[in-house]
Design a protein around this ligand. Structure first.
Ligand SMILES: Nc1ncnc2c1ncn2[C@@H]1O[C@H](COP(=O)(O)OP(=O)(O)OP(=O)(O)O)[C@@H](O)[C@H]1O
Ligand SMILES: [Mg+2]
Length: 488
């Protein structure tokens, strides 16, 4: 290695030369003793005189744990190797987005950080006794070695290595396929897991531009706010409450958030969780950089006792008249049945969000979605628990223009204004608009056909709304007539 041909190298060469000349004049016993001594201690001697230090990072910390530092270094050097190393290993690891490049066996690479040079090498050693670990049994030991000049000791330990670990972790996260987890029927574990491939992006979301920007900025701020949270002494997590009628994009927004931040999603089916203890265990098993999602929080549990039950009854009656709100009635009934078997309490859920255990991971976002924000206990959504309350609402002109641009590649059209006026008059969800402007066939349906279809749908909805209002008025008049409030 280049750095070993330093001052010590030349001193050693001098000693070797003297030794070669004079060793024949020594008695054999002394000669042998010196040979034995030098063969045994040359390495120690060399390292004693060498101005260089080395650190070894083994693959496993013990039989049961991989060394996280090793994994971070592997990712960090992998990225460097792809441009600088002569010999590399490439794998298509399960769970990775693309081909993974690693530093080749017994290969060396130089790194330069803030003008300080260091040397990394990847060492594979064959051992006679197989190494038995939780992960694999093998006759191979692997480690990374870092060599640097002794005068940089403090810099390497305080600055360079933390930088390598952070970069390595970031690279691992970028390369990792995102996952969508849900708790199984017994509620115990996150045992259902698939690759998360939802295509939703912020650019596709139809909502007021200002609101979208606000959410985007909040998320980006949160992602980089590690030090801020540490400074104010709070766990690095954030709560979002998304509320609005069905089909206004709550779930789509969660998917867009996960895509933006590169987070996994834990979709928590609260009704399948048997008790608070199980809830806590599920929380502990979530990883950092994740969104913990509880959909339809208002129908997940009897969280508010008497007060909620009364309100729920009232509102259910009102909902019977509203076909839109009735859309999810079947689903909610099933959840109602399930939630009776769960002993999770409001205080259990509050502890889940911000109790002492909620700090066991970092960089996590908890999202609640609901169609009925007024049904939720104020304690559940107070500031600090749910930091941001976001209303997703019916589709108005601005949101429609985004959908038209996204679905039809149209930025303007003579029908836009008429459609815009109709959307201001009636409440239609972005899901309804999207459904109507989606071309049935890309070959035969033109953008204009789609707009016309939406126009017809909106006109029809407007007439229905008018008819409904007239019927209600008549019903009201009839009731008043019957009660004698007005005379015929
Ligand atoms: N704001 C929006 N922007 C773009 N597309 C939307 C929006 N809202 C709804 N959609 C479309 O409608 C479909 C349904 O939306 P989504 O499931 O996100 O609604 P939701 O608010 O979660 O409804 P629910 O309350 O029933 O769960 C989505 O697949 C998406 O295509
Ligand atoms: Mg939804």
């Amino acid at each position: 290695m280049e750095m070993f041909s330093s001052q010590f190298g030349s001193n050693l060469a001098g000693l070797m030369f003297i030794w070669t000349i004079y060793r024949h004049y020594l008695p054999p016993k002394i000669h042998e003793a010196i040979e034995y001594f030098t063969s045994r201690y040359t390495h120690k001697l060399a390292s004693f005189f060498s101005p260089y230090l080395d650190i070894t990072f083994n693959e496993y910390s013990n039989r049961f744990n991989r060394n996280e530092a090793y994994d971070a270094i592997q990712s960090y050097l992998g990225e460097k190797s792809s441009t600088e190393a002569k010999s590399m290993n490439a794998n298509y690891d399960e769970g990775a987005k693309s081909l993974l490049i690693k530093l080749g066996d017994n290969e060396e690479i130089m790194d330069d950080y803030s003008g300080v040079q260091v040397w990394w090498s990847f060492v594979k050693q064959h051992v006679e006794q197989p190494v038995i670990s939780y992960y694999r049994n093998s006759n191979e030991l692997r480690h990374y070695t870092l060599v640097f000049h002794a005068k940089h000791r403090k810099f390497i330990l305080d600055k360079y290595l933390p930088y390598v670990f952070e970069e390595g972790e970031a690279i691992t996260n970028r390369n990792k396929k995102r996952k969508l987890y849900t708790n199984g029927d017994d509620g115990e574990m996150w045992d259902n897991c698939i690759d998360f491939k939802h295509p939703a992006r912020f650019g596709m979301l139809a909502m007021e531009e200002a609101k979208k920007q606000m959410i985007l900025e909040d998320l980006q701020w949160f992602k980089g706010a590690k030090e801020y949270y540490a400074q104010i002494g709070k766990p690095w997590k954030r709560g979002y409450l998304l509320y609005g009628p069905p089909g206004t994009g709550k779930s789509t927004l969660v998917a867009a958030m996960a895509n933006l931040l590169d987070y996994d999603i834990y979709d928590l089916e609260l009704t399948a969780v048997k008790n608070n203890k199980q809830l806590r265990r599920l929380l502990i098993e979530t990883t950092c950089k994740s969104i913990i999602l509880i959909e339809d929080i208002d129908c997940s549990l009897d969280l508010t006792g008497q007060r909620a039950e009364k309100k729920e009854g009232d509102e259910e009656k009102a909902d019977e008249k509203d076909p839109l709100k009735n859309k999810h009635a079947g689903e909610k009934e099933a959840k109602d049945k399930k939630k009776k078997g769960s002993d999770v309490t409001l205080s259990g859920l509050l502890n889940f969000i911000d109790g002492i255990w909620s700090a066991c991971g970092e960089e996590r976002i908890i999202v609640f979605t609901t169609n009925h924000v007024d049904k939720l206990d104020p304690a559940l959504i107070r500031p600090g628990r749910m930091d941001l309350h976001i209303e997703l609402s019916y589709c108005r002109y601005e949101a429609f223009k985004m959908l038209a641009k996204n679905y039809l590649r149209l930025e303007s059209h003579p029908l836009f204004e008429t459609i815009g006026n109709l959307l201001e008059e009636i409440d239609v969800t972005p899901a309804d608009v999207a459904e109507n402007i989606m071309p049935r066939s890309l070959k035969t349906t033109t953008a204009e056909d789609c707009l016309k279809k939406l126009f017809v749908y909106l006109e029809k909805s407007k007439k229905e709304k008018k008819l409904k209002a007239e019927q209600e008025l008549m019903l009201e008049g009839g009731e008043k007539l019957a009660s004698g409030e007005i005379s015929g």
